[in-house]
Write a protein that binds this ligand. Structure first.
Ligand code: PLP
Length: 411
């Protein structure tokens, strides 16, 4: 629908004499002209060092960097202050920062960390490492199959989030099955026992309301590249309570208020968490990406992707030899949104992706950085199809035809 805003589609057609059917937005999103132009315009006209110079380019670059931070704060919710918004290199770094910080100041051998077994590796391995270092327990909320739909076992979650639980960290929307998890319930459980609640919004920030701090969460994380912005930039939004508790993650320039040969004092948030030269051009890109999202309306972006998702889902269910891994949302309804995973009973997932690519259809195949989840489903790899605002009904029909005809290529 908004395809013309994204130059890659026209360029791809010219280069390959075929339209691009891009069905991998859950991995990374394409970039609209507004983002590309904002970044290159800034590099052409206003580039300078952030927070380090008295010359005018440096001053305006610093202002633009801080304006991007304010824009992110507004994007999350009106009550978020810009000092609660920390720029990192991505969701992965945001989660590592949290896990390392909790490990340093909070976790003891008596504690428990709770995550789900359906998490992306970046919301699992940092917590496993924190548990190892602090010799505390890490417990997993299971994914269970209820009436043909996979979902997190919330009864088990109620038992696991108990008085010794210090951190609960879960994804808002799953990157493999596309389900929306019960974040409000996880926040409620965490609050009851005084645990910190972290919400991984990597898959939801572009299309959903992610102001979980309003409900009592302590941290929300996401990556710019999944919301039509550049790679190399992540966001970590901290509750006011956590700002005073978490120590810095890295040490170096910019994050100090004083340094002597005997040690250093940290500045306040957000600079305390942003050692080194910051991702300035990327922050300008994220600012433009948020402007683009809000000019179209998050709800409209979601509706568009979900409608394509629904039509894909009903077509896929009619194809023989395909096993769809359906999930249920927090409400108990089946996921009919924009991320779906399946396997072909005769053609391996990697072959499916390679064959579809020969028709210029881009899908993801593999373990989707979620090995424990893939093992739980009893497979070694899945094909994932995901939709973005630039996808069109022809993408759905072409991918369905491609899947229908897979057996012809191999048999
Ligand atoms: N969490 C989820 C749910 C994801 O889908 C991803 C990426 O796919 C990540 C975390 C990691 O994001 P990044 O690779 O941008 O750090």
């Amino acid at each position: 629908m908004w395809r013309n805003d994204f130059p890659i589609f026209e360029n791809y057609t010219q280069q390959h004499s075929s339209p691009l059917r891009y069905l991998d937005s859950a991995a990374t999103s394409m970039k609209p002209n507004a983002v590309i132009k904002a970044m290159s315009h800034f590099m052409e006209t206003g580039y300078g060092s952030v927070h380090r110079g008295a010359y005018r380019l440096s001053v305006t670059a610093s202002e633009k960097y801080e304006q991007a931070r304010q824009r992110v704060a507004q994007f999350i919710g009106p009550e978020i202050d810009s000092n609660q918004v920390i720029f990192t290199r991505g969701t992965t770094e945001s989660l590592n920062l949290l896990a390392a910080g909790f490990c340093e100041v909070l976790l003891t051998p008596e504690c428990r960390i709770v995550v789900s077994e359906a998490e992306h590796h970046s919301n699992m391995i940092p917590w496993q490492q924190a548990a190892k270092k602090s010799e505390c327990e890490i417990a997993y909320v299971s994914l269970v199959n209820e009436n043909e739909g996979w979902q997190l076992n919330m009864e088990q979650a109620e038992r696991l989030v108990s008085s010794n639980t210090k951190v609960v960290s879960v994804a808002h929307v799953g990157n493999v099955l596309g389900q929306t998890n019960s974040i409000a319930k996880f926040i409620e459980l965490s609050k009851k026992v005084g645990a910190f609640c972290v919400v991984d919004c990597a898959q939801s920030a572009a299309t959903h309301d992610i102001n979980f701090l309003k409900l009592g969460a302590d941290a929300v994380v996401f990556s710019a590249h999944k919301l039509f912005g550049p790679t190399g930039l992540g966001v970590l939004v901290l509750s006011k309570k956590l700002l005073n508790i978490l120590p810095p993650y890295q040490y170096g320039g910019s994050m100090v208020s004083s340094v002597t040969l005997n040690g250093a004092e940290w500045s306040e948030s957000p600079t305390k968490y942003e050692a080194g030269t910051p991702p300035l051009v990327e922050a300008i890109g994220l600012h433009a990406a948020i402007d683009w999202i809000e000019s179209k309306g998050k709800e409209n972006l979601k509706t568009h992707a979900n409608e394509l998702g629904k039509s894909f889902l009903s077509g896929l269910k009619e194809i023989k030899n395909v096993t769809l891994y359906e999930a249920k949302n927090e409400t108990g309804s089946f996921n009919t949104q924009s991320i779906f995973s399946f396997r072909h009973n005769q053609v391996h997932a990697h072959d499916v992706a390679t064959i579809l690519d020969s028709h210029h259809i881009a899908v993801r195949a593999g373990h989707h950085c979620a090995w424990p989840l893939i093992q739980k489903l009893g497979v070694d790899a899945l094909v994932r199809v995901s939709f973005g605002p630039y996808c069109a009904p022809e993408d759905v029909s072409d991918v369905l035809n491609g899947i229908k005809n897979l057996h012809k290529v191999l048999l």
